[in-house]
Design a protein around this ligand. Structure first.
Ligand SMILES: Cc1ncc(COP(=O)(O)O)c(C=O)c1O
Length: 364
């Protein structure tokens, strides 16, 4: 049986008419940038998240970067980020000229360990960027307490966690702002690149919008030296077609993850841990295994696609040599990169496919 790591086909089949209608609507209107689709999606997405404002952007990296820029974070500042995340979190900090300061995760949840944040705070620290990795919320109560105590901004990286909750509250609503990615493989994915910044702060939302639109508050009037990073009308229309079933998609992902958690019984494989106060949306189902590469090959030979998130920890990436960190400096991030394997998980996976993955792992 062939099981890809990810497939968009079941979702696209279910929403075939809505997605084609979305294209037709935009194409017929012949208006592609800054139009009513963008406005409608931003309004619906803000409502979904439970915040006042959503500002669309070209991708998730820009959604984060523009939020940091609008908060005034700049060269000479430091921003706390987790050591185990996709590199975009740190790149957003680098792009505004600040320095990412890496804090180790809790190996059980894979998320930033709040107990290790304070020792990394200096007089230059301006913000904390918790990443709700793999679809599970970070431990937001202690993070918000630390931020309050040290007068720091909090910018949540929600790229992998659309709709995930912590103590019943959706991610993205805790900090000053949050960035989402709508990369096609995300829980809410466009048919190309797209992103959004959300916030309850009107002035911040206006500034993010202006910064992503050449720094202009109205046409040909430039108040900042901005970027060009806008959510285009086609992607906004596709996202509006998919948003109404995001909760259903997340529920389906929980069906698959719960089946894995109940069915996989192999002493060599450590299953993901869910904190009681969290309802994850399972962007990634991450297991750990000492013989990870062997498991990966074994599953591949059986036709099961997997992935690694992430094979090289950020501090050992060539581009971040300037952080001055070496192998052994962040042992938990390194351990995760050495042992983590992501199992296939996508909307519409059949029970038969799920069972085949479970049986295969149990026979490893
Ligand atoms: C944790 C995290 N942050 C940021 C991003 C950046 O999003 P994008 O690919 O839309 O730029 C991603 C996804 O790629 C991500 O997984």
């Amino acid at each position: 049986m062939k099981i890809p790591f990810v497939s968009f086909l079941p979702l696209e089949k279910e929403l075939d008419k809505e997605l084609r209608d979305a294209f037709e609507r935009v194409y017929t209107r012949s208006w592609y940038i800054e139009g009513e689709e963008d406005k409608a999606f931003e309004k619906a997405f803000a409502e979904y998240c439970g915040v006042k404002y959503a500002v669309g952007s070209g991708n998730g990296l820009d959604a984060l970067m523009l939020a940091l820029k609008a908060l005034g974070i700049k060269e000479g500042d430091e921003v706390i980020v987790p050591s185990n995340t996709y590199i975009a979190t740190a790149l957003a900090v680098t792009y505004v000229g600040a320095t990412p300061v890496l804090v180790e995760p809790d190996i059980k949840t894979f998320n930033i360990n709040p107990a290790l944040i304070e020792e990394k705070i200096t007089s230059k620290t301006k913000a904390i960027m918790p990443v709700h990795l793999y679809g599970q919320a970070c431990d937001m109560d202690p993070i918000m307490e630390i931020a309050k105590k040290h007068d720091l901004y909090v910018v949540e990286d929600c790229a992998q966690a659309h709709g995930a909750t912590y103590k019943g509250r959706k991610v993205g609503t805790f900090g000053d702002a949050a960035g989402f990615s709508f990369y096609p493989g995300k829980n809410l994915g466009a048919l190309g690149d797209a992103g959004a910044t959300i916030t309850n702060n009107e002035a911040l939302a206006d500034m993010v919008r202006a910064l992503g639109n050449y720094g202009s508050d109205y046409k040909y009037h430039h108040i900042y030296k901005g970027n060009n990073s806008r959510l285009d009308e086609l992607q906004a229309a596709f996202l509006s077609a998919k948003l109404p079933i995001l909760d259903k998609v997340n529920e389906d992902r929980r069906r698959i993850a719960n089946a894995y958690s109940a069915g996989i019984k192999n002493a060599k494989v450590i299953l993901p841990y869910v904190k009681e106060e969290c309802v994850p949306v399972w962007h990634i189902y991450a297991v750990r295994c000492d013989a990870r590469d062997e498991l990966e090959k074994y599953l591949k030979d059986l036709g099961i696609g997997t992935n690694k998130h992430y094979p090289i920890p950020m501090h050992l990436q060539e581009c971040y040599k300037d952080l001055g960190l070496k192998e052994g400096d962040l042992p938990i991030a390194e351990e995760i990169s050495r042992t983590e394997l992501s199992l296939p998980l996508y909307y519409g996976m059949t029970d038969e496919q799920i069972q085949f993955v479970i049986d295969s792992i149990n026979n490893f």
